[in-house]
Ligand binder design. Structure first.
Ligand code: ADP
Ligand code: DP6
Ligand code: CO
Length: 361
């Protein structure tokens, strides 16, 4: 380790988009390694709309690992953060910054402490997958800082141990998280099904029904479901495996009617399983239900579906329009029926495209 009077700081900043599942992950077979009970498929969003920006820094003057989320210090003691930090430090390489005259040897990373500052440009813990963008960005930025040689798929297996959905944010476009078979989780990782240029007609509109933090986190919600729901096993074993195959086909063939049917029914089944959990979990609210009715009525009035909807573990609607013209019409209908910032309706709208992982570092 070098550098004048040990006063140096080395830092890296990265930006990572969130992803929204169209075939949902819900339920773990291993809580510590975060191994799921079924495969899942997601769309990565455009990072200019919903993303996490994380700066990681290292200095001999830091006396402990510390982290700030949206400007407030949070504890890094949780097992998930510790798993990610341990896995990354174990793979750290020599780093040299000639301009600053700094040399860090592999083994130095075990002793050096980190400061991590992360910002989400969208609501945290509100069902818009902040844990996905957040943990993927943490792993990605630390991997850059410590000069890891691993590729994105190997990094996805580390991000998975921070938050399951995070493994899918290491790629843009359409991404599948393969549940894997190995007990140690080595084959439970993300693969890209199609990049962000494939099917670029699609437009995503997010209706932020409520930016408030949800009452039941995804982690505790799915734990309760696995223990108490009579339907979850049927979903994981019988329903999802067939849907994964069909969804992969729909994506490859840009088959919007099949894509929309699968995404909507899978979202609805996920929320049905939440209702089948005891005590029941209500992630959607009246406004969410009214949005579903509005889209369903419209789709039924047309020859073929125009819009797909999906809701994660929160009340906020993610709608995928088949093209720009449909998106304009959808927005018009939404603004008329759900004017933002009125007492009863939505907080705001976010409009974006699918996109790729961006590295601002
Ligand atoms: P969401 O639906 O937003 O993913 P979760 O309940 O899955 O909600 O996860 C929310 C938790 O994820 C937060 O309480 C926090 O612990 C973690 N998280 C969110 N954003 C970040 C971030 N940028 N960096 C690190 N952790 C984050
Ligand atoms: C409904 O990945 O947030 O968004 O692995 O416990 O961190 P942990 O949970 P998380 O769960 C996401 C659930 C979901 C569906 C999905 O993203 O596939
Ligand atoms: Co989450």
């Amino acid at each position: 380790m070098g550098g004048e009077a040990e006063k140096w700081v080395l830092m890296v900043t990265a930006r990572t988009p969130t992803n929204i599942a169209v075939i949902k992950y819900w339920g773990k077979r291993d809580e510590t390694l975060i191994l799921p009970i079924n495969d899942s498929i997601s769309v990565t969003l455009d990072p200019s709309h919903l993303c996490t920006t994380t700066t990681v820094s290292v200095s001999p003057s830091f006396d402990q690992d510390r982290m700030w989320l949206n400007g407030k210090e949070i504890s890094l003691q949780g097992g998930r953060f510790q798993s990610c930090l341990r896995e990354i430090r174990a793979r750290a390489q020599d780093v040299e910054d000639k301009k600053k005259g700094i040399t860090i040897k592999k083994e130095d990373w075990q002793k050096l402490n980190l400061h991590i500052a992360s910002y989400n440009n969208f609501p945290t813990a509100a069902g818009l997958a902040s844990s996905a963008a957040g943990l993927a960005c943490l792993v990605f930025s630390l991997a850059k800082l410590m000069n890891l040689k691993e590729d994105n798929s190997q990094l996805s297996a580390i991000a998975r141990q921070g938050s399951g959905s995070a493994c899918r944010s290491l790629y843009g476009g359409f991404v599948k998280w393969c549940m894997g078979k190995e007990e140690n989780g080595s084959d439970s990782l993300a693969v890209q099904l199609a990049d962000e240029k494939h099917w670029d007609d699609l437009v995503i509109i997010i209706a932020v029904v409520s930016a408030r933090q949800k009452e039941t986190s995804s982690t505790s919600g799915m734990r309760d479901t696995v223990v108490t729901s009579a339907l979850i096993e049927h979903r994981a074993k019988e329903v999802v495996p067939k849907r994964i195959v069909e969804m992969e086909d729909a994506i490859q063939n840009r088959d919007f009617p099949s894509f929309a049917r699968l995404a909507c029914t899978d979202s609805n089944q996920f929320h049905a399983v939440c209702l089948d959990t005891y005590p029941p979990i209500f992630y959607m609210n009246d406004t969410s239900h009214r949005i579903i009715s509005c889209v369903e009525k419209w789709n039924r009035a047309e020859e073929t579906p125009q819009v797909a909807y999906t809701f994660d573990a929160g009340p906020n609607a993610v709608m995928i329009a088949r093209n720009r013209k449909t998106a304009a019409s959808l927005l018009q209908r939404l603004l008329y029926n759900f004017p933002p910032q009125s007492d009863t309706d939505l907080d705001s709208y976010i409009i974006g495209d699918k996109s790729i992982l961006q590295d601002a570092g």
